[in-house]
Ligand binder design. Structure first.
Ligand SMILES: NC(=O)c1ccc[n+]([C@@H]2O[C@H](COP(=O)([O-])OP(=O)(O)OC[C@H]3O[C@@H](n4cnc5c(N)ncnc54)[C@H](OP(=O)(O)O)[C@@H]3O)[C@@H](O)[C@H]2O)c1
Length: 321
């Protein structure tokens, strides 16, 4: 089978195609999935640049890719939830491997793709959508947050044009939040079209003043993972929370300040119920999947280049091309 991989860290040009043996037959509760589409996430770009080396140690050439959408080709003897031929999407574990024509994965990482949802959309929503959903609702408990007088909570999404940010804006608005997004000046209109009530240029000289006018915020989602808590905390309402996608070990967080209620870091969980909920929102037209480019596996270096240079919505790799 073909895989997209890199053998050394660097810019998008290090991405290449290799041939590998197809996975062995599934055992236990594993599914063998024929992959139709995988999407590129900020994490793939960080891994390729060498920003997250522990995840690639001993695994070069490394096959990135955390979301897959495709069809079940075979099932292990303990599989109960899926049958051969089912269309499924899944979040793969930290070893990645989704940029491959076939993958083995545990059935509890997968969800069925509704007929109305294209594989390219299903692949694009998986990691980014799960991260946004879990950040807002599991870590941020958005539904329990209100302003005095029952007014809708104010939500700030920093990095609003990225994969996680673009789902964060939509999911926060769907939950009734009054959403402010920050992004580069050229992308403000694009983020407004996603449903943000207000979009600010993150490089504006008077950004701090504009954030004070837009806030204070009951929930701040740092969807780019670029800000420190102390940079965002001044814009929080009393009792508000900053939720960051910057991956921090729970032990580090506990050491920082035990029991703190104003900060949480997301470690995205492969919950099939959450993925099924996202796919249902897509199927029913309530969540838009902002796929900006679909690129064949043979052009995987270009796909990485597009994802890196644009930082807007999603770039999907078509494994069938
Ligand atoms: N904790 C977890 O479990 C988990 C899971 C998935 C991803 N992540 C992490 O989440 C991050 C975002 O992932 P993604 O897939 O959404 O990435 P992405 O699609 O590449 O988007 C990143 C966004 O960040 C914005 N940005 C770049 N530099 C910035 C800065 N200095 N300040 C504020 N915004 C900046 C960019 O747009 P603008 O030009 O508009 O600013 C871009 O839209 C990655 O670092 C990834 O590793 C963590």
């Amino acid at each position: 089978m073909r895989v997209g991989c890199f053998a050394s860290f660097g810019d998008a040009s290090v991405m290449r195609i290799e041939r590998r043996a197809a996975p062995a037959a599934p055992c236990g509760a594993e599914l063998l999935v024929g992959v139709d589409a995988s999407s590129i996430n900020g994490t793939d770009l960080g891994l390729r640049r060498g920003d997250l080396p522990p995840l690639t140690w001993g695994r070069m050439p490394f096959v990135p890719g955390f979301d897959v959408a495709g069809r079940v080709l075979a099932t292990g003897p303990a599989v109960t939830a899926f049958s051969v031929g089912d269309r499924v999407a899944a979040l793969l574990p930290h070893r990645g491997g989704g940029l491959a024509e076939q993958v083995l994965l545990a059935q509890d990482r997968a969800a069925r793709i509704p007929d109305a949802v294209a594989a390219t959309d299903a692949a694009a929503v998986t990691l980014a959508g799960l991260t946004a959903l879990q950040a807002l609702h599991r870590h941020g408990r958005l539904r329990a947050r209100q302003r005095p007088g029952g007014r809708p909570p104010r939500v700030l999404v920093s990095g609003a044009a990225g994969g996680i940010g673009s789902f964060g804006v939509q999911l926060a608005a769907l939950a009734g939040g009054e959403v402010t997004g920050t992004t580069s000046a050229a992308k403000t209109g694009w983020v407004r079209d996603l449903g943000a009530h207000r979009v600010l240029d993150r490089r504006a000289d008077d950004l701090a003043a504009q954030l004070r006018v837009a806030g204070p915020f009951e929930l701040v989602l740092d969807a780019a993972g670029r800000s420190r808590h102390r940079e965002l905390a001044p814009y929080l309402a009393p009792g508000g929370i900053v939720v960051s996608v910057r991956p921090l070990h729970p032990d580090v967080l506990r050491a920082l300040r035990p029991g703190r209620a104003d900060f949480a870091a997301v470690r995205t969980a492969a919950r099939s119920a959450d993925l099924a909920a996202l796919l249902h929102l897509v199927a029913t037209g309530r969540l838009r999947v902002p796929v900006e480019h679909v690129v064949g596996l043979g052009d995987v270096a270009r796909a990485h280049e597009l994802a890196e240079s644009e930082g807007r919505g999603k770039v999907v790799v078509d494994l069938t091309a």
